[in-house]
Design a binder for this molecule. Sequence first.
Ligand code: CO
Length: 219
Amino acid sequence: MAHSTDNLNADELDRLLQQNRHWAKVTAQAQPDFFTKLESQQSPRFLWIGCSDSRVPANQILGLLPGEIFVHRNVANVVVHSDLNCLSVVQYAVEVLKVEHIIVCGHYGCGGVNAALLGQKFGLIDNWLRHVQDVYKRNQTCVFELSDHKSRLNKLCELNALEQAINVAETTILQDAWSRGQQISVHALVYDLHDGILKRLGRGIAGATDIETHRLLLA
Ligand code: CO
C-alpha cells in the first residue's frame, strides 16, 4: 500500500499501528502465554457501564488487564429500557459470562450531563441527553439548592449514575437473574477526573428488595 507523507490522517493511523505493535511485543515478552490464554477464554467477573468520555477508560482506571472486565460505554452512561445495544451487553454479561458485579460509573465534569443541565443544543445527541434531563427534572430541588454550577453539575453526575444503576436493576435480565438465585450486584460509582479516584455511591443493589433502599439515595 502506498504511503503518503502528506496525508496527515494516514500518518496518525500509522503511529497508532506502530504503538499497537510495540504494545503487543512488550506484552508478549513480559508474559509469553498472554495472547494464547486470552484467545481461548473470556471470563470477566465485572461489567462496566460508563461514559464514552476518553478520560474514563475502564481497564486503566481499575488497573485491569484485557479479559478482566466487559465494557459498554455511551454518552453520559445512560441505561434505557429500550436500548437494544445496552440491553444485549447486559444480557450477555449476566446470562453467558455470568459476571458477579455490574458497575455503572458516572464522572464529575461530564460534558453530556452538563449539556443536559444547561439545556445546550448539540444536534441529534440532544435526544439521547433527554434521559439525563429526566433525571434532572425528577431531582431538580436538590440540585438547584446548591449554590454554584460546578456543585450542581457534580450532584447531577452522581444522581444520574444512581438512577442508571436502578435502571439496570429493574431490567428483566437482573430481575430474572435474582429470581433464579444468581449472585450478582449492581453498583453506582462516580469517577473524579481531578485525582483519578473512584467513589461508591450507596451500598449497591444485591437483589430486587435493595432497589427501594437505593432509590432513597436520590434526592
Ligand atoms: Co461523560
